[in-house]
Design a protein around this ligand. Structure first.
Ligand SMILES: Cc1ncc(COP(=O)(O)O)c(C=O)c1O
Length: 373
């Protein structure tokens, strides 16, 4: 199987990731923060290490501002539901995933908040001046999908953060498709949601919410934290405020290894994935009957290449490729707004990971060619 579905979850992972997961399962008896015995302390050290690596990647002042989550959706829900209040207005880009839109639209439909979708320019870029002009005294949050999981286009997040900050509006960055390859710290977002299981190369069931200075969302879940147990009230300090219940220690151990791998090789991974995606685009765009949905090549992209084959439903095309041994994803990719903007009712998406090769990209282009002839 040629795996080209890394935007859904990355595969394979570095061998150190599986080893760390198995190491916890086999060797660590103890619940971090819940006891003072050897196993619990060893687990606590693994969690601290993972927090430190994530804080380093996100440019945070303290590892305590790293919150372990179930996935990127969980991190986004925590940030959105924990921050917004009745009467707030939220600005979003046209490229948001349902992980952002569904929590927002639930509040919007209940009349609690107002959601405004900002239009991009003709290339699919949201301009900072569009954001500046849209901000009103009621704007409580701007949410930006750093790179679309359909077009792969990277938005000018740093400039958008600056535009927001000039008017006192915090920025929540959805880094689902950029964490692991892009420089996240330099964006200076106020909250950053990341999956652990995509570009950070950790196990499924892991995610991170990174909180900048002054950000203190209300908890979605309350319960035991192993700290301040004499109190019947949820602790207010981070990370305990937002981390109730037993952590996914095997997952976090794997994520620490994924993060460590990524921090050592990030620039090289990014360059490699961008080059492979560019090669795939070039091959696909030469095939008559193939339409690419990637936007202009000179703009920055992650390793996501979406396309359609003339006269063929994207689901059917993806099924045929999957049966031919090439794992890709068809349909709407949980991002209907960006498909509406593209004017598509679905697409085939190939997404590159650090362990793909030129031969994988070429095999996909050949398979598409043979489906057309
Ligand atoms: C842009 C974007 N945001 C959020 C998510 C949700 O991530 P997760 O599957 O980790 O919940 C995805 C997943 O594909 C995504 O592409």
């Amino acid at each position: 199987m040629i795996y080209l579905d890394n935007a859904a979850t990355s595969f394979p992972k570095p061998p150190s990731v599986a080893k760390a997961v198995a190491g916890v399962m086999e060797k660590i008896g103890g619940n971090p923060g819940r006891a003072g015995h050897k196993g619990a302390l060893a687990g606590g050290r693994i969690m601290n290490r993972c927090r430190e690596l994530a804080a380093q990647y996100g440019g945070l002042s303290s590892p305590d501002r790293v919150i372990f989550c179930l996935n990127c959706t969980d991190a986004l829900n925590m940030a959105i539901r924990g921050t917004l209040r009745a009467g707030d207005e939220v600005l979003v880009s046209h490229a948001e995933h349902n992980a952002v839109m569904r929590p927002l639209m639930g509040y919007h439909d209940a009349g609690k908040i107002t959601v405004r979708i900002l239009p991009p320019d003709s290339r699919g870029m949201l301009l900072p001046e569009t954001v500046s002009a849209a901000i009103t005294p009621r704007t409580a949050l701007m949410i930006l999908c750093h790179a679309s999981n359909v077009t792969g286009l990277i938005q000018p997040a740093r400039e958008i953060a600056r535009a927001c900050h000039l008017q006192g509006v915090p920025l929540l960055l959805d880094a689902a498709q950029t964490a692991g390859t892009e420089d996240i710290a330099s964006v200076h977002a106020d909250m950053i949601a990341m999956p652990g299981h995509k570009g950070l190369l950790g196990p499924m069931g892991t995610g991170l919410l990174l909180l900048g200075e002054g950000m203190l969302p209300r908890p979605l879940r309350e319960g035991g934290t192993g700290s301040a147990s004499e109190s019947l009230r949820q602790p207010t300090m981070l990370p305990d405020r937002l981390e109730s219940g037993t952590a996914n220690l095997p997952g976090i151990a794997g994520l620490a290894q994924g993060l460590s791998f990524v921090l050592s090789h990030r620039a090289a991974i990014a360059e490699y994935e961008h080059a492979l995606a560019y090669r795939l685009r070039r091959s696909l765009e030469r095939i008559p009957g193939v339409t690419l949905h990637t936007g202009p090549a000179e703009l920055p992209h992650v390793g996501v290449v979406s396309f359609n084959i003339q006269g063929m439903d994207s689901g059917e095309a993806a099924d045929r490729l999957n049966r031919a041994g090439i794992a890709v994803r068809g349909g709407l990719h949980c991002a209907p707004s960006v498909h509406a903007w593209l004017g598509t009712s679905g697409a085939v998406r190939a997404s590159i990971g650090p362990f793909n090769t030129e031969a994988d990209a070429d095999a996909l282009a050949e398979a598409v060619k043979s489906m057309i002839q």
